[in-house]
Design a protein around this ligand. Sequence first.
Ligand code: PXP
Length: 242
Amino acid sequence: MAKYLCVNIDHIATIREARKVREPEPVAAAVIAELAGCRGITVHLRQDRRHINDGDVHLLRHTVVGSLNLEMAPTTEMVQFAKTVLPNMATLVPEGPNELTTEGGLNVEAKISEITTAVQALRSSGILVSLFIDPVKEQVKAARKAGADYVELHTGSFAEAFERRNESEIELEVSKLQDQIALALNCGLKVNAGHGLNYRNVKRIAGLSGIEEFNIGHSIVARAAMVGMDKAVREMLALIGS
Ligand code: PXP
């Protein structure tokens, strides 16, 4: 099975919003990421609009050539917005006002009717729907019941175990992911994965079969800042004439 990368560019907008100015421009980052070979671009339009804003999503819809994946809370307001923008995929995620980043997967089982309504509304506009869930069987089964096309399995616990260098915990998290990939595929769902994947840990997850798309953001934006630093400083030195 082919494996694809979708680059989450939220934190390009985070840097812009640190100064409330025009740069760095998420659309420019998206163009460069697509030219480098990723399948598509992912953005999370949060209800507090702390990084990506509505205008960014509209611009990206006009400029992204591959797939545009819109992460969003399963609210009526967000569903309406998605239906006007028509991303290729909508990934429904839980959202808390004070969280630094998405914490945990959606509790699809507990919110089945709300999520089913959102899934149906999005799918009726031709948008593929993915549900971001923890790798547990009840959530996979509920995602199937809600009528989703994809699940995105949350790799955050794996990433945390990896940072602790705890081999038995890493193995446990990998086996949870493996089991739920198999269950999802058996249920007719397609499988994406993401959260906390980085240059140290990604190989362990990329080695699992059955995952179609990897959604990776923070580590790529962080690495871009590092590998671009030398050039950026040299360009400024040249302008100053130092
Ligand atoms: N997938 C989902 C559903 C997310 O919410 C996020 C974070 O926005 C990611 C993937 C990317 O996570 P990271 O920035 O840790 O790579």
